[in-house]
Every structure is written in C-alpha cells, then in structure tokens.
Design a protein. Structure first.
Length: 428
C-alpha cells in the first residue's frame, strides 16, 4: 500500500511539473524583432500573446524588420491600440503591464527587405535602437527575440561590434533563414562567439494541429478567444483564429525556467551546443548526388563574363528553386554567387539564370537530408561555445522535426495558461 502511495505521489508531481510555470531567476530584458505584416500572419498572434504577458519582461524594443513582404511598424502600433482597449480589464488581474504609451515609444522601424551579399547595408531606426539598448548600463543581458530576418541584428553588430558580449539572440530560424541568409552568414562568419539560439525546427512543436479537435488545437479559438476583447476579435483575422503561433516559443523561453541555460527544459524548448554551421560551396552544376544538410548554407558560384560595369554586390542573377526565386550577386572577376537555405527535404531541381549577355545559365538538382548540423566540411563556419541549436537525438524529434518534442511536451499547459487570461477578458 505504501509503495502504491509513493508511486501515486511521484506521478502527481511529474504531472504538476508538466503544467506549472517555473520561476525565472530575474525578470529578463527583451527586445523583439518581428516581420509582422509580412508574409506570415502568425506574428500578429504572437504579438497578442506578448501583449497579454508583457508583465513578465522588461521590454526595451519592438522592431519591425521585414526581410520580405510589406511589414511595417504601423502594424505593431495597431496591435498596441487594441491592447490599450483591453488593458483596463487585464489590469484587474495582472500587475506590472506596460503602458501603451511606453510600448509605442519603443516601437521602431527596421530594414525593409533582405540584405545584400555582404550581409548588411545601412543603419535603420531599428538597428540603432538595438545598439542603444545593448549599451545601457545593466548587469542583465539584452535578449533579442528574432521572429523574422536577422538584418537589423546584423546591422547593429556591424555598426557596433562591442555589443556582442551584451546581447543574446533567440532566433526562430528555419524558413526565416532563407529570407535573411546573407545576414545570417555575416553573423556566423564574423561573430561566432555570440550567444545564439538557432531554433530551426523545435518551434514547430508549438504549432497547432488542425486535425486534433480539442481545446488546445482546432477548438482553441472557439473555446477561449471567440468574441473576447479587442485582441480576441482581431485574432480571427489570422488563420481563421487557428493558433499557429510559430514565433511564440521565443517568448516562452523567457517566461519559464532559466534563460541563461539553454540546455535546461523550458516552455520554449531546450537546446544543444552547436559546433559548426554547415556550408556547402559549389563551383559547378550540382547533381542529385550532391547532398547538403537541411537549414544549411548552400552557396552556388557561377563563372560568368567579367563585367567591370556591374557594381560589386549588386543583384544580377536569379536562383529558382522550390518554385521560389532568389537574387544572386556579382562579386567581381567574373564570379557570380547566390546563397540559399531550405527546409524542404529530398531532391530539388534548380536553375540559375541572368539577363547578362554570355552568362552561362545553369540547371541542376540538389538533395537535402534531414540532418542538422550533421557532418563537418572544410567550408563550414565554426562557432564558439555559446551557439545552441535543436537537439539532434531521435527521442527529441516530434513527427519529422528535430528537437520539437522539447516544446511540444509543454504545449497544452502553455495554451491552458493563456486560456486563463482570455477568460479574464471574457468575463467583462
């Protein structure tokens, strides 16, 4: 009987730990860089989540940084307007929420569009704000949560290399990597000792499952959000209210556990040290026998005509792969190059073309395998002992996504916790 009682208590403790939020040692300083208003409306969903939990952070910046699409800081400001209308109700239950005026004052416009081949261009309001926040006298590091491209982070590091030791990056990579591959390459090549979480696949454990009809997935909107407050009514405009929330794990990481220790379990995942960032460089047409790692840097070089009238680092060739087109650059002496990164698996056909006379248009195939970071090549970028990424052991895979189990295991608890805050709005 005694053994059964002990076992029951242990199971209860384990179940409680899967629900209870772990106390963060100190309130973290955060700055969010988002491509809100761009190609993926789930940023709006994650901003709503942030606004309803902003008492958990010392928020120092909200930056619109759309590598692609029509993102603009006006969209962040619009979300703050909605939050302002719900704030009187939220404040009845939550202490320490930021004022709308303060949030507006720290909302900045970053770079629109991806960076050129060198990885940076010119300073923006957003990149300057990153530098300003990072240089503040504060013993706590500044965590930069990147939900889109890395352009403004790369620009800030280029303009102020001294901030490297003062910032920490949690990046939702994966698909975002292809949009800002040049900025990513600039960072990993020039700042390998940066504290960096590269979440390429783990975040997928937080995306709702459309075929699961429960209150945490397909029925979440109807259960908690429908017609609830101004933020709730707006939520219906994104994926018909289905909670994709692909960027939210960056927030969850700062809310639960110990952000200083990426290996420790938290709502926002747990991560392994990474030794290298894979990079494959080709100076010839590629065939299906050429295999690269998923999420890796793929660099295609084409020997073309020497054209002194084409400026260095100017876009003048086009890679077409996976039904998408990507710009490539002239880097001098007849060398034309385009970088790419993909989350698609299998063998992908591609072409590289240009309107430049005598340019040797190229076509081929490349095979992408579901291994990250995988084997080491001489062309890889070696990183220091503060670069972290998705756990690679098989037990941490969820479906086909590396490391995603470290987030999926907490998802229902997180969604239920958020549901309580929606309930507060519903009762008004």
């Amino acid at each position: 009987m005694r053994e059964k009682l002990v076992l029951s208590l242990l199971l209860l403790i384990m179940a409680t730990n899967l629900v209870a939020q772990q106390t963060v040692p100190q309130k973290p300083r955060i700055l969010i860089s988002s491509d809100i208003g761009g190609t993926d409306p789930d940023d709006n969903q994650s901003v709503a989540h942030f606004l309803m939990y902003n008492n958990e952070f010392d928020t120092e910046g909200l930056i619109s940084s759309p590598s692609f699409g029509n993102g603009d800081k006006k969209e962040i400001l619009r979300m703050i307007d909605l939050y302002e209308k719900d704030l009187p109700t939220l404040e009845k239950h939550i202490q320490g929420l930021s004022s709308p005026a303060y949030l507006r004052s720290i909302t900045k416009q970053g770079r629109r569009g991806s960076a050129p081949y060198c990885g940076f261009a010119s300073a923006t309001e957003g990149s300057d704000w990153i530098v300003q926040c990072a240089r503040r006298e504060n013993k706590r590091p500044l965590y930069i949560l990147v939900w889109g491209g890395l352009e403004d982070v790369a620009q800030a590091l280029h303009d102020a290399p001294d901030i490297q030791s003062k910032i920490r990056i949690y990046w939702i990579g994966g698909p975002n990597k292809k949009w800002s591959i040049n900025s990513y390459t600039y960072i990993v090549q020039n700042f390998p000792d940066l504290w960096f979480i590269e979440n390429n696949a783990s975040y997928r454990g937080f995306i709702y499952q459309s075929k699961i009809n429960d209150q945490y997935n397909a029925l979440y909107y109807d259960t908690y959000i429908k017609d609830v407050g101004y933020l709730g009514k707006d939520f219906a405009h994104y994926y018909k209210g289905n909670p994709k929330l692909g960027d939210t794990p960056a927030l969850l990481y700062m809310m639960d556990g110990d952000p200083d220790n990426p290996a420790k379990e938290s709502w926002g995942g747990s991560f392994d040290l990474c030794t290298h960032s894979p990079r494959s460089v080709f100076y010839r047409p590629v065939t299906a026998k050429d295999t690269v790692q998923v999420y890796s840097i793929i660099e295609f070089h084409v020997a073309g005509p020497v054209r002194n009238d084409i400026p260095i680092d100017s876009a003048c060739i086009t890679l077409t792969i996976g039904k998408q087109k990507w710009g490539g650059y002239h880097i001098g002496n007849g060398d034309y190059v385009v970088r790419h990164s993909t989350y698609y698996l299998g063998t992908l056909p591609y072409t590289i073309t240009s309107n430049i006379p005598e340019f040797p248009n190229q076509e081929g195939e490349i095979t992408v395998e579901n291994i990250w970071p995988g084997r080491i090549r001489d062309t890889d970028y070696i990183v220091g002992n503060k670069w972290f990424t998705d756990k690679s052991a098989s037990e941490y895979f969820w479906k086909n996504y590396q490391g995603a189990q470290t987030i999926y295991k907490w998802r229902n608890a997180v969604m239920e916790d958020w549901g309580k805050r929606w309930e507060w709005l519903k009762k008004e």
